[in-house]
Ligand binder design. Structure first.
Ligand SMILES: Nc1ncnc2c1ncn2[C@@H]1O[C@H](COP(=O)(O)OP(=O)(O)OP(=O)(O)O)[C@@H](O)[C@H]1O
Length: 259
């Protein structure tokens, strides 16, 4: 296994921290095309970890393996100490409530109000909070954390693209996950709305004390939200370090990310 280029930064000390999510030696090929070639990752409690990779580098394949939508050829994924490939459906479903997702297309259900969209995960994962008869306080709390409590009875079509993404984040937060997985959280948004989402991601982390895995192409987003970054090149974690340390690197593959 190749060691990643460790662009060290003395301001972060990882040895004292516990990984909440760990990917070990993940491999996935399609035919004779190796997409993930022994990818490793540790997400520590309370950190914002950004993964950057060029288009086609295998970020989506990695996310699909992580959420159980795709089986890796080999390697392991451990979430809160549990190997996800060893879990039965029920236990996997339970564990999924500890991970909130904000995907690119984070589609809200068009035919449901904002309230109903947020109630959906509460009803689906009853085991987490029990059978809640009054969902309104939880719905309002989640909407408040994204600054949109006044949209509770609106339809998604009445919201701007940025507001829809914030509601989708509220829907991810309502189950109080320990980990949030953001896949291209700013894609398709104008620069001002992107900035709002980026600020919100920082606030959410402080308020909910989540650990976040953020997959993005957006260098600005990476600069603002990342505590640490991993650059995915040729199916492996090519380089790791803080944004500033990586940006200062003279390695040509690393420099290519910051042009
Ligand atoms: N189901 C599949 N069958 C065959 N090849 C696939 C499949 N899924 C992904 N690939 C291939 O794996 C490679 C990595 O794809 P992936 O979607 O993970 O890239 P990415 O890093 O997410 O790119 P982007 O930033 O453009 O979304 C691509 O070459 C893609 O064609």
């Amino acid at each position: 296994m190749n060691e990643p280029l460790n662009i060290s930064d003395t301001t972060i000390n990882l040895s004292t921290r516990t990984p909440i999510l760990e990917i070990k030696n993940l491999k996935k090929s399609f035919g004779n095309k190796a997409v993930l070639n022994g990818f490793n990752l540790k997400l520590f409690e309370g950190e914002n970890l950004v993964i950057m990779g060029k288009s086609g580098a295998g970020k989506s394949v990695m996310v699909k393996c992580l959420v159980g939508l795709m089986l890796p050829d080999s390697g392991s994924i451990t979430v809160m100490g549990q190997d996800i490939n060893a879990l039965n459906r029920m236990d996997l479903d339970k564990l999924r409530t500890e991970i909130g997702f904000l995907f690119q297309g984070s589609a809200l259900y068009d035919s449901m109000t904002v309230r109903e969209n947020l109630e959906f995960p509460l009803r689906r994962h009853k085991h987490k909070f029990g059978n809640i008869t009054d969902t309104e306080p939880l719905v309002l709390e989640a909407l408040k954390s994204v600054g949109l409590e006044n949209t509770i009875d609106l339809m998604p079509s009445e919201l701007s693209g940025g507001m829809q993404r914030r509601v989708a984040l509220a829907r991810a937060l309502i189950l109080k996950p320990k980990i949030i997985l953001y896949d291209e959280p700013t894609s398709g948004l104008d620069p001002i709305t992107s900035k709002e989402i980026i600020e919100l991601m920082r606030r959410v982390q402080q308020q909910y004390k989540t650990s976040s895995l953020i997959i993005t192409h957006d260098v600005d987003c990476a600069r603002v939200v990342s505590e640490r970054m991993i650059l995915l090149v040729d199916g492996v974690n090519y380089a790791e370090g803080t944004f500033e340390a990586l940006k200062a690197s003279t390695d040509k593959n690393v420099k290519a990310f910051f042009k």
